[in-house]
Design a protein around this ligand. Structure first.
Ligand code: KIV
Length: 277
């Protein structure tokens, strides 16, 4: 990470995220998977960019996040980091550790987290799970790699749940989630994503932790929010859960632009003389 120069905004660090929580400033995070989008997000002022394994769904067209590999995550992460470096270098870049890159053993988890950090200049990794991954989180943070946790709906466990329904509606699962959040904090995580859980529970978790919570479908009491960029820009029409606010309808904009291009090519009105050499 370069030192901030006079004309550049300071890079968002784990320390800064903690300060933001203490000051009551909300953290704005979005996903990105490529250079062009990362440039736009960084210059638009997001605090953090998540190179999510949701790339498996929205970029590669798989049904789940499970097929994603460490090398594929590194490919996306490198492009995103290049994008942030081409702009203000302000946003923190967090990279998802994909399914089976940390569940086998703590040694494996450390090796893969190290590989993700070493191959490009990202700031942190994200891991799904509670108590079962606590040892791996501790070992990774002990060697200096910041970890963001992820609780609630954990897409890498979708075959265990059998659906993408709201999690922790029952008291026992809610109690377990609160306990897991505290364990992940004690293991050294600097923030935790809470996905698709009741707002009241997310508020309780957020107040019980020193580190910030970042919600997705977890209501307004979290310390920050994250959305998948393709969803909030309206790039896909099929996936419209109630927690996604659509800030644009880019799918229609792109469709209309492409239709106009096809008409222009077929009618020979593109390219014009001015567009030719
Ligand atoms: O992979 C992803 O995009 C995520 C977000 C849904 C938080 O984990």
């Amino acid at each position: 990470m370069n030192q901030p120069s006079a004309n550049k905004l300071p890079h968002v660090t784990t320390r800064r995220m903690l300060d933001m929580k203490q000051r009551g400033e909300k953290i704005a995070m979005l996903t990105a998977y490529d250079y062009t989008m990362a440039r736009i997000l960084d210059r638009s002022g997001v605090d953090a960019i998540l190179v999510g394994d949701s790339a498996s769904n929205v970029f590669a067209g798989h049904n789940t996040t499970l097929p994603m590999t460490v090398d594929e995550m590194i490919y996306h992460a490198k492009a995103v980091v290049r994008g942030v470096h081409a702009e203000t270098r302000r946003a923190m870049v967090v990279v998802d550790m994909p399914f089976m890159s940390y569940q086998l053993s703590s040694e494996d988890a450390v090796r893969n987290a190290g590989k993700i950090m070493k191959e490009h200049e990202c700031d942190a990794v994200k891991m799904e799970g509670g108590k079962v991954i606590a040892e791996a989180v501790k070992r990774i943070t002990d060697i200096g790699i910041p970890v963001m946790g992820h609780l609630g709906l954990m897409p890498q466990s979708i075959y265990k749940y059998g659906s993408y329904k709201v999690r922790a509606m029952e008291d026992e699962e809610a109690r377990q989630l609160l306990e897991d959040a505290k364990i992940i904090e004690e293991s050294g995580a600097f923030a935790i994503v809470l996905e698709k859980i009741p707002s009241k529970l997310a508020g309780e978790v957020s107040r019980s932790l020193t580190i910030p919570t970042i919600g997705i479908g977890a209501g307004p009491e979290c310390d920050g929010q994250v959305l998948v960029i393709n969803d909030m820009l309206g790039l896909s029409n099929e996936f419209r859960p109630r927690f996604v606010r659509r800030y644009a309808d880019l799918s229609s904009v792109i469709e209309q632009a492409v239709k106009n291009y096809v008409i222009d090519v077929r009618s020979n009105s593109f390219p014009s003389e001015e567009e030719s050499y």
